[in-house]
Design a binder for this molecule. Sequence first.
Ligand code: PXP
Length: 238
Amino acid sequence: MPALGVNIDHVATVRQARRTIEPDPVWAAVLAELGGADGITLHLREDRRHIQDRDLQVMRQTVQVKMNLEMAAEEEMTAIALSVKPDQVTLVPEKREEITTEGGLDVVAHAAKIKTCAEQLKAAGIEVSLFIDPDERQIETAKTLQVDAIELHTGRYADAANARARDQEFDQLVTATHLGIDHELLVHMGHGLTYRNVSPIAEIDGVSELNIGHSIVARALMVGFEEAVREMKSLVTL
Ligand code: PXP
């Protein structure tokens, strides 16, 4: 039964649309906890398009469940993480022009940079997870970087054009999960998960955490944040 990490970035997206003070992602984090979230996930992007430095600071003081900071493996972000000390950092790729994180981090191509960043975080007692595609070479390399966890990108599963393609992507996620566990890595998953497609993913044996954002924030507009999290939590823990 995986833990549910609720990504509150898009509450901040609505706020930043008007550069105002509401809605406050900190309030959403509180309601997510009340709804049963096991963790709060937030992505501080280099361009600060949604989460702001202030959000990170206030949430560090208020979030009582696991706090998971998504960030690029860059010096500026590493310094911020070392000062704020989230419970976990998930290293993600970042491109300014993308709408959302488009693919997994290429840990093979960027191994040296990731190693430097991960070593500093781990020395400060922060768990490190790498957001990667469900690919054997990426997982093997993640293992050599001595991180705690991998987060497998579920975007291709979520976006599959038909049932056959979805089954293929699902099988890859299962195989990648087994490989990660064999390498003693914790296996997380996330991206594009919704109320409709989450159940098979939540049932994969050995997956310890799911990070879900957009779908929960979208439903929260209709039913309220706490209720939206409660509904997702019930699907994840069935
Ligand atoms: N996991 C990671 C590493 C992400 O970058 C994101 C998107 O910010 C998510 C999970 C959540 O994706 P979604 O908003 O599609 O649920």
